[in-house]
Design a protein around this ligand. Structure first.
Ligand SMILES: C[S@@+](CC[C@H](N)C(=O)[O-])C[C@H]1O[C@@H](n2cnc3c(N)ncnc32)[C@H](O)[C@@H]1O
Length: 329
């Protein structure tokens, strides 16, 4: 059983709720859910929105938040919810021990100055409640900046929880370095784009090109859209909330760049990456190329070599590898 369903056993079915990163309580009590991931968002019948900052109804008496991998993101969202929920309302924080629920609860209790009450402790997971007794100042979600590339002259917006929120990833930087040697293209897809490090790098270098940015995390896309605006690329950039395996529409391009996910939550999982390889290949025109950056240990070559085309290892450095597949003309 998924630990995220534990909280549904104790929520009050006579009151609606707002649930973050899950849907079981909202399903049971009515209300709405916030889901950042496209595939989860698509699969639910609950009333749902993509970003906690899009929530407009803060009149519920109960709030449920399931923690995520990034502690900073969990605390940031919990503080945002806490500052908006009404006095008298309850916040349930739920999470597995593996995701560090104990220390998240401890840190949150310190931040808001309220004693937590342990409600459920089973299946290596906990649900803890906090009752809001007095009003607090509105808390705004953290907005962070990271260098866009190794030049560090431009910055990109990020938020806690998105990929490499606090720094430019070494693999991403290596990929940018390899892309400098690639011949200029016109139609690009940045698959699993995050906040846009790869596609924005190419839009800057190749003034004639356009880029379609795709990612499953609504928070990454919301930062990306802000970055597109800041750099004034609205005419040449499109973004789509999309998860590997779902329809890609009419995309047709001559270059795909990607730094695919190798995890699902805390588990190593290549399924999304392998699906992306096939979808990237399908949207390439004959003669087009896909460039993939990955940690050196990831076993991607075998899968990439099954695609019709020519595989090459472009560079290996600092624990990363850049690979290319050129689709047969
Ligand atoms: C390794 S990060 C790369 C981000 C960015 N390209 C970079 O290099 O900074 C992988 C990205 O894949 C996205 N992602 C994870 N699972 C996904 C899925 N199933 N479908 C589409 N994107 C996914 C994540 O949100 C994340 O932004």
């Amino acid at each position: 059983m998924d630990w995220r369903s534990l909280a549904a056993d104790i929520c009050n079915t006579h009151q609606t709720c707002l649930e973050i990163n899950g849907t079981d309580c909202a399903q049971r009590c009515g209300g709405m859910a916030v889901l950042n991931w496209f595939d989860e968002y698509q699969q639910t019948s609950v009333d749902v929105c993509a970003l906690v900052s899009d929530v407009s109804d803060w009149s519920h008496q109960q709030y449920v938040m399931h923690v995520e991998k990034s502690r900073q993101a969990s605390l940031d969202t919990a503080r945002y919810v806490w500052s908006r929920m009404p006095v008298g309302a309850v916040l349930l924080l739920s999470g597995s021990n593996a995701l560090g629920i104990k220390s998240t609860v401890k840190q949150f209790a310190k931040l808001v100055g309220v004693e937590p009450e342990l409600k459920i402790n089973k299946q290596r997971a906990r649900v803890v409640s906090f009752v809001k007794h007095s009003d607090v100042e509105p808390y705004d979600l953290l907005q962070l900046q990271v260098p866009a590339d190794e030049d560090e002259s431009r910055q990109l917006w990020t938020v806690p929880g998105v990929f490499s929120a606090n720094e430019l990833d070494k693999g991403t930087a290596l990929m940018q370095d390899c892309l400098v040697d690639v011949a200029e293209r016109v139609d690009i897809v940045d698959m699993a784009c995050g906040v846009g490090h790869l596609g924005l790098f190419l839009l800057e270098r190749w003034p004639q090109c356009s880029c379609l940015f795709l990612d499953a995390d609504s928070r990454a896309l919301s930062c990306l859209n802000r970055n597109i605006q800041d750099f004034n690329y609205q005419e040449r950039a499109r973004s789509q909330w999309w998860a590997a395996g779902t329809q890609l529409g009419e995309a047709s391009c001559d270059l795909v760049v990607m730094n695919p996910p190798a995890h699902s939550g805390k588990q190593v999982d290549y399924h999304a990456a392998f699906t992306m390889f096939r979808q990237a290949h399908a949207c390439l025109r004959p003669g087009g190329e896909m460039y993939i950056i990955a940690n050196i240990q990831l076993p991607y070559e075998k899968e990439l070599k099954t695609l019709l085309g020519t595989f090459s290892l472009v560079r290996e450095e600092d624990g990363f590898k850049v690979m290319c597949v050129r689709k047969d003309a």
